[in-house]
Design a protein around this ligand. Sequence first.
Ligand code: ZN
Length: 247
Amino acid sequence: MRIGILGDVHSNLEALQTVVRAMRADSVDHWVQVGDIVGYGADPTSCIDLIRELGCTVCMGNHDAAVLDLLDTDYFNTYARAAIEWTRTKLRPSDLDYLRGLPTVVRHTQYTLTHGTLHMPEQFGYVLSKVDAQESMRHQETLMGFVGHSHVPAIYSEREHARPNELEVCYDSEIEASAVGCRRVLMNVGSVGQPRDEDPRAAYALYDTDSGRMAVRRVAYDIATTQKKILAAGLPEVLAKRLSLGV
Ligand code: ZN
């Protein structure tokens, strides 16, 4: 099985379509999305439609939860909150039903899926460091774990003969690695729709269950069109600007 993992999409249709095209070329046959389909961008409904068409296995992100009023928006900065309020006015009843049906954790036979850390999934903690990864991985029963939320790609690996809590980590915009010889691996898959590692290209991740190969890849997309749509929608200008900087 060739698993393709989509990180935080954030209503960025141009990035999502470009990434899906690249993933099809990479022969993905099982689609996963780590939450935050909506928030920030101007195309929430088209992004939900495409994720549903792909038959993605999806967990709930903090922006999805906030749109549903399941999470207090005081927790968000002004721009994120403005986008959440705007998104609420655009979603159809079927979109709200779909988002409401998303679990905070998915325990698949091949992987564990959550938006933030696994030890407090409903609190959406960030996996930004080895310490965060160690805590999360203690609750991970599968070889592979996929998370998003920070919008920065990273792979944390616990080797089979490692001392307790000893992790190897690779932070890079693009990563090629292997899960062979690992007891557990946690992949932070980066973001499709709003990368924050100073590389504005959309990110996606791959994991091949037969070979154990995994990767984070990047593709350039039409940022100018996404920015025009954000401004035309009356969303905060900073949400358009940050896309060309990858922050
Ligand atoms: Zn996000």
